[in-house]
Unconditional design. Structure first.
Length: 746
């Protein structure tokens, strides 16, 4: 008689059991469960698994994380140990939750993520234990996914019965499983946009389906479309929206003109970038008999064409902003409006919404008027042309500008002039430009005295050939002509919001607010800039602004300028749209809105509508409705900004691909335990030298000194040091630039 073989006990450990049990109990918080019911939900019935569940239930009960409501039956603890927050995932699978319930972020180990993804709104349990000084927690529920669509490269299994999408970026810890019938004709190696469908309880990866094939990785159109798809931004307008826009009556009619202030005879002109296609703001200038200057800020009346409740308005609201990538603009409005009816093109009549001010030489405003107008643009300037006129007449006094026309120099150097200028520069337009620049300088000086912070960060731009290949890099800086336009736009934005904000009873309005900087970030900035010999004074609100302005001025032209500019901006709170006015710290304004760019910003359209509503004497609009619209606009602005930055990074890497054999002088812009970040001085491209590639010594990260220090030689690479680097790898797909460290310049 043969002996029966004894079944070997299963030793399979149930992964993430704590989190799983808590999730089961939390999901049905009004019920209680015994170990058998929990085992059934987990689909296990062997003795080892049951014992693990029994043991874990006892542990959780002892920690008072669950309660035994009757013998052997447990339920979730209904107390304040469960919180809500947003998950910020790191590249190694761990993460932190940002929650209003805690002053510091909560550390979440990778085994406690519970299928949450970066940016998800989650419920979590906070432990009393800590991880490296940070309180630790565990995600118990996903409240809302941050996104359900991801960009990645598809890998089709060799037997072709399923595929996986490897998601771009380093914050996704799992691939996405795609059944073969849902690959949407994608080929192996294609870059695709994939949508999450479900994530089964026992599956390691979520299921998804390919909703768009973007192309082959590394190709220009593929990578640009991938950037837009990554942030859920549109690539084109739906056909029905285009058709609706094309049917709009864009003619200028006598009936409509009769409803508006007619300012067509006022000297009016635009100043914009030389490659601009839409002109949403213009200036008018007139010297009045009483010696005051009447200056009009005229903004395209987009709200005349964009009517609430239409598919066109719905599309504009969803987009909320135009997106400016390195090689294209993704507009908020179809071209017939953005470049046509709403663009204040030279020698054309347009419907506008205007803010008109009468001021004296001290920039004191003696009268203001807001309302709908019709205007005629007499001339179009490029910034370079306006700048040339300003510089050519730098020495003229205010009286000479206005009373001695023969002294005005209207010469525009050929190298800055538009090819085939559309107009002959008139003395009147030149006079207006010079005088308004003099006034703008006074307004800017007054803002600085009031505590405004002057951010003139250098912008990186590219010269592109016909195939959108970067053939050169140049830097865009703000000169007098730019600052003049900025000051008058700021004036309109401030005065419009003041006009509404000071009304009684209080009226709902869309404000652009900016909170005070975070004290801890200011302290970090002080530590970094001290490396370069700069000192800051943070004793009072006034001294903070003054110190920051002095710092930004002191670094102009120095090797550390871009680093300090960037770090200073990061200390600032993020500006946002809201109906709750707290003022604008960076501009030192108590009231501020966005009114001057409705072609490319939906909040400006809302400001126009609300202003007209109150000019017509109507009651206040629903605050809750507009607050929701403000939040959406802020969210879309954030996504657009990230897409714009990614496109610049992508183009920098493309540019560096053609310079792999060259050595470059750079500045160390960051130091971490895994490597050193370097920004090349000549083109602002930033890449990393991995500590693994620094073979001449064993380097260790010194956090206190922001440095990497060689153990044998003592060689130190410190934040702000100049170094020479060479390109190791320029990866377009991963958007990553790697350098070899050559050393320090002699």
């Amino acid at each position: 008689m043969t002996k029966k073989k004894k079944r070997k006990p299963s030793n399979n450990k149930i992964s993430n059991l704590t989190n799983t049990i808590l999730s089961i109990l939390k999901k049905d918080s009004n019920q209680s469960f015994n170990y058998k019911q929990i085992a059934a939900k987990l689909g296990v019935n062997d003795a080892s698994s049951r014992n693990q569940i029994i043991k874990k239930l006892a542990q959780l009960k002892a920690k008072e994380e669950i309660v035994e409501v009757e013998r052997g039956k447990f339920s979730a603890v209904a107390n304040s140990d469960y919180h809500k927050g947003v998950l910020d995932l790191g590249s190694k699978g761990n993460g932190y939750i940002i929650s209003d319930d805690f002053e510091e972020d909560i550390f979440i180990a990778s085994n406690n993520i519970n299928k949450a993804l970066d940016g998800d709104e989650v419920e979590f349990h906070a432990y009393k234990r800590k991880h490296r000084g940070k309180q630790e927690g565990e995600i118990t529920k996903i409240i809302k996914r941050a996104k359900t669509e991801y960009v990645g490269v598809i890998q089709i299994h060799e037997k072709k019965n399923f595929a996986f999408v490897v998601v771009d970026g380093n914050k996704m810890y799992t691939d996405i499983f795609v059944p073969i019938n849902k690959i949407n004709k994608a080929e192996d190696g294609d870059k695709v946009l994939v949508s999450l469908e479900e994530w089964p309880d026992k599956a390691d990866s979520p299921n998804g389906k390919v909703i768009k094939v973007l192309g082959k990785p590394g190709e220009h159109s593929t990578e640009i479309h991938s950037i837009l798809a990554e942030y859920g931004l549109p690539m084109e307008f739906p056909q029905e929206v285009e058709e609706f826009a094309n049917k709009i009556d864009t003619s200028i009619t006598a009936e409509e003109i009769a409803k508006r202030r007619d300012m067509r005879k006022d000297l009016t002109f635009t100043i914009d970038p030389k490659d601009a296609k839409d002109f949403d703001d213009a200036l008018s200038f007139e010297v009045l008999d009483n010696g005051l200057y009447e200056i009009g800020i005229h903004i395209a009346d987009v709200s005349h064409y964009l009517q609430p409740g239409t598919i066109l308005d719905d599309e504009a609201y969803e987009r909320a902003t135009s997106v400016y990538l390195v090689d294209r603009v993704v507009p908020m409005l179809p071209e017939i409006l953005s470049n046509g009816a709403c663009s204040l093109r030279p020698h054309e009549e347009k419907y506008t919404f205007s803010a008109v001010f009468q001021m004296n030489d001290k920039c004191e405003i003696k009268n203001e008027w807001f309302g709908r107008t019709v205007t005629y643009s007499d001339a179009r300037f490029a910034y370079e042309e306006a700048q040339a006129i300003i510089e050519n007449n730098e020495n003229l006094s205010a009286d000479e500008v206005l009373k001695n026309k023969e002294k005005i120099d209207t010469t525009i150097p050929a190298e800055v002039s538009l090819t085939g200028k559309e107009y002959q520069t008139s003395v009147e337009v030149a006079q207006a430009t010079i005088k308004m620049n003099q006034l703008a300088r006074k307004m800017r000086s007054e803002r600085m005295r009031e505590g405004a912070i002057s951010f003139d960060k250098v912008e990186v731009k590219f010269d592109l050939d016909e195939e959108a290949n970067p053939v050169g890099v140049f830097f865009k800086t703000s000169k007098d002509a730019n600052k003049m336009i900025e000051e008058f736009m700021l004036l309109a934005n401030r005065k419009v919001s003041e006009f509404v904000g000071k009304q009684k009873p209080e009226k709902t309005f869309v404000y652009r607010v900016h909170d005070e900087p975070d004290e801890s970030k200011l302290a970090q900035l002080q530590t970094v800039v001290a490396r370069f010999g700069h000192q800051l004074n943070f004793k009072t609100k006034g001294s903070i602004a003054s110190s920051l302005n002095n710092l930004l001025q002191d670094v102009v032209g120095k090797k550390e300028q871009n680093l300090v500019d960037t770090l200073t901006i990061r200390t600032m709170s993020k500006a946002e749209y809201t109906t709750e006015n707290i003022g604008h710290y960076g501009l030192a304004f108590d009231y501020y809105s966005h009114f001057t760019s409705p072609i490319r910003r939906y909040p400006d359209v809302m400001a126009h509508r609300l202003l007209q509503r109150y000019l017509d004497g109507e009651p206040s609009a629903n605050q809750e409705v507009y607050e929701e619209k403000c939040k959406h606009s802020s969210d879309m602005e954030y996504l657009a900004t990230r897409a714009e930055r990614d496109s610049i990074k992508y183009m920098q890497i493309r540019f560096m691909q053609d310079h792999e054999d060259e050595e470059f002088l750079g500045v160390i812009s960051g130091v971490t335990d895994w490597g050193i970040y370097i920004e090349i001085i000549s083109n602002k491209c930033e890449g990393m030298v991995s500590v693994r590639d620094m073979k001449d010594d064993h380097y260790q990260f010194d956090q206190d000194q922001y440095a990497m220090i060689g153990k044998k030689t003592g060689t130190m690479y410190q934040l702000g040091d100049e170094v020479i680097v060479k390109v190791k790898n320029a990866d377009l797909v991963k958007k990553h630039l790697d350098f070899y460290m050559i050393g320090k310049p002699e």
